[in-house]
Ligand binder design. Sequence first.
Ligand code: GLC
Length: 434
Amino acid sequence: MNSLKAAEEIKASFSISRMDLRKIRVRFQDQIHSTLMGKPASLKSLPSFLSPATGQERGEFLAVDFGGSNLRVSLVSLLGEGRHMIRKEISRPLKDPALTYDYTTAATSGPELFNFAASLVYEVYAALPVQSLGLTFSYPMEQKNVNNAYLLRWTKEMKPRDTIGKSIYEMFTAALARQGLEKLMLKAIINDTVACFLAASYQCPHVVAGSICGTGHNTCYRERSLRTSDNLPMIVNLEAGNFSDVPVNYYDQQLDSHSDDPGQQQLEKMVSGKYLGELMRLVLLDLINRGIISAPADDCLTRPYALGSEILGWLQSGQPGLNIVPGHNSGQLLPWLSQLDYSLLRTISTAIVSRASQLMASTFLAIMDQVRYLLNPTIAVDGSVFLYMPGMISAIESFIRSESAADHPQLFMTANGSSIGAAVAAASVRNEIF
Ligand code: GLC
């Protein structure tokens, strides 16, 4: 088979017809309905016990962002009227690139993982002591209250042991106590989509949903049939990355079967930063095995997840050597390829990114169908894929425009949403619940 024909065939396997995308939109909304009625579905409706921010939240808060790749602790001042200031911030990867430590594997216990988080809190607290803390925890958890939640399972290839089913409040406050920080009040534990929603609604009253596309992917929205204790609409976490009613191809199946959680997180495995580079690596290996493009001299492609998602941005930019994501120079990654190989891979990478944008846009449209009664709907978005993948946001916007007659939702970029949102959540919790 010639290389052009192979590229066309692979590109076609990453394309989903308009009709099928419309079916996905309908099925996503059907699943929202099912989960609200307590019926089984690949989506969940996990209540956050929080309603949209008012913009008037004020005070000083420690904010912990427990993300898919990094742990970040910030001291956030909320000044009211949607304004904030980050007064101090430290961040560490969960896995040291120089491999001196790795908190992502089953070799790490729950106490070790939370001790790591608490030691970073200690560093910020020692410089600027503030008593109230908000935690953004970017994994599926069942919330019992605004400040207590139980870990349902890990996603994004994380696997610290003896943690599933345990109280995040208890694990974290025990680790804080081991650092001598028992007086800190952990006021809120929220998902990162909820943090993104809160950070955006702190500045803009029209936010109806919050979505992350970084290491993982997920969306939350404002559901009027579920109410907070103040009888306000509840922000609900859908764990949208687990949506399974999507057509998968050969590369998706391969990726899934080699992942830590086969059969889970299907939508996430097609759209998020943890997996887009892996899809590209599987395509590359296939093209090499079929003799369509040349093989590297070493085994740089044999390790799963050897390619980061920035490779797709870099291929699409058409400018080898360009830094697409700050700190990542993928220009060195595929030095053995010819210009012809590059243009073939560029076509495929555009198809992978375009599929991701259309899938996410279809789920956003389903959420718009669910909150149809709200005016000027705005979807808050955050995460490295939304922020840095060239063309991703404009592709989502143009798909949404092409599919909705009027009142298109606006996308609102919320950089730093996890920290600001954790502070807003802590500020909006009244003291008397403790
Ligand atoms: C994964 C997690 C989810 C989180 C998302 C984005 O899908 O399960 O809770 O919101 O990643 O970080």
